[in-house]
Design a binder for this molecule. Structure first.
Ligand SMILES: CC(C)(COP(=O)(O)OP(=O)(O)OC[C@H]1O[C@@H](n2cnc3c(N)ncnc32)[C@H](O)[C@@H]1OP(=O)(O)O)[C@@H](O)C(=O)NCCC(=O)NCCS
Length: 392
């Protein structure tokens, strides 16, 4: 998945995968480079923006995707699913429910807008721009997909020009998390700098050492000091909302390397917002550790996937500074994984993302059996001036 939302060197990237991407760029032995002869000129109709650019003699039409029930949603899904299949050929394809949850469900913290490019009536590229309304309201975060036989002709650039036009006002920074060398080159062409490497690791359920997990739960030093662990699946129980928000502040300490990012404290409303946005596609599975006085000490969140039940995503894990060094991180992860495995029998793979500069979390994950799967690279920099002419 293009991070996602989230968030990367790829020590185990398969040579066949790289060849598939770069093979597509070497049609006819040389890169097929055809630049737009007339760049996109935005026309604003109501709240949407539609642009036309010329690539050679063919018109590229870019129009905003109204939403999951709009006429272009299925074509948007086809473009995303096709490119993602190329990036992760061994995984079952992304589903419309996941795409809707990730790219068409805004929240109080983020707005999302998407466009689709057609060339000769064929959908050839798509973009979603995440517009944060939290502590990072100076940034814009695009995800872009161009179908393999249409690359290197300026389509991603025109998609970005179109998408930035209505949303760039008041924003100063672009941030992208990318996986391929081509995408890295695209980011550098925009003037962005490389800021961080994130490891995407996968744990195969068949590799789990259940006895070791049990030891982590039973022998966590914090247990003998009176700490207790509570777990749930689905919506957060009202009684744990405040502790969940407090524990989430541990995420303020994640290593950022050169990434510009401000931690945004979580509120009960944010929790309910996210639960609602994800309700059709994923179920949160959460464990929280409370100190002897009832104060929040740490949390971990894992998402079970409804439409691709073979895959679960291990999300945030954090222990607040006053409570570190007591085995709480291992306890949380082992207990949460055990409750997940007990109820989600189709689960085969758990995926997680960590900065390469986070030895503490990586050590726990490696001991659990997580192995490097892919690398993602964070790029950031000022909004590219050359794409902002005539902005709204
Ligand atoms: C990354 C991606 C979106 C680029 O789409 P594209 O339409 O080929 O990009 P453009 O043609 O607009 O490229 C603009 C510039 O980026 C750079 N670039 C893009 N692809 C490149 C490549 N394979 N090798 C070297 N430079 C490249 C070049 O400087 C290019 O300008 P030039 O062709 O005049 O030299 C496309 O490769 C893709 O869909 N990849 C898979 C999905 C993905 O990784 N998306 C990441 C973005 S979130």
């Amino acid at each position: 998945m293009i991070r996602r939302a989230r968030s990367w060197l790829n020590p185990v990237e398969q040579p066949s995968h790289r060849d598939r991407i770069f093979g597509a760029l070497r049609l006819g032995g040389t890169p097929h480079v055809l630049r737009p002869t007339r760049p996109a000129h935005p026309e604003i109709t109501g709240l949407t923006v539609r642009t036309e650019a010329m690539i050679g003699h063919v018109t590229l039409t870019i129009a905003e995707v109204a939403g999951p029930r709009g006429p272009d949603f299925d074509s948007f899904v086809d473009v995303c699913v096709g490119v993602e299949k190329e990036l992760s050929p061994d995984d079952p394809p992304l589903t419309p429910a996941e795409i809707e949850a990730d790219y068409f469900r805004p929240s109080a913290h983020r707005e999302l807008r998407s466009w689709l490019a057609h060339r000769d009536g064929r959908p050839v590229g798509a973009i979603t721009i995440e517009i944060p309304h939290d502590a990072n309201r100076d940034e814009l975060r695009p995800d872009i997909w161009v179908v393999s036989d249409q690359r290197r002709q300026g389509i991603a650039t025109e998609l970005l020009r179109t998408g930035l036009h209505p949303v760039a006002e008041g924003r100063s920074r672009l941030g992208l998390w990318v996986e391929t060398d081509a995408a890295g080159a695209f980011c550098r062409s925009l003037g962005l700098d490389h800021r961080q490497v994130e490891r995407c690791s996968r744990l195969s359920v068949s590799d789990i050492d259940h006895r070791e997990l049990q030891r982590w739960v039973e022998q966590a030093p914090a247990r003998s000091e009176g700490y207790r662990l509570v777990s749930w699946q689905g919506p957060c129980p009202d009684e744990h909302m405040d502790a969940f928000c407090v524990a989430y502040d541990a995420m303020a300490d994640i290593p950022l390397d050169d990434v510009e990012h401000r931690h945004t404290p979580l509120t009960p409303r944010d929790i309910r917002d996210k639960e609602r946005a994800m309700a059709d596609s994923r179920t949160p599975i959460v464990s929280l550790v409370l100190a002897p006085d009832g104060a929040a000490a740490g949390l971990t969140v894992l998402w079970a996937n409804h439409s691709r039940p073979f895959l679960a995503e291990q999300d945030d894990t954090g222990v607040l500074p006053d409570h570190r060094g007591r085995g709480i991180g291992r306890w949380l992860k082992a207990a949460n994984l055990s409750q997940t495995l007990a109820d989600h029998t189709e689960l085969r793979v758990i995926e997680t993302y960590n900065a390469e500069s986070n030895p503490w979390m990586l050590a726990i994950n490696v001991d659990m059996g997580f192995r490097p799967h892919k690398a993602y690279h964070a790029y950031q920099g000022p909004l590219p001036e050359q794409l902002l002419d005539g902005r709204a």
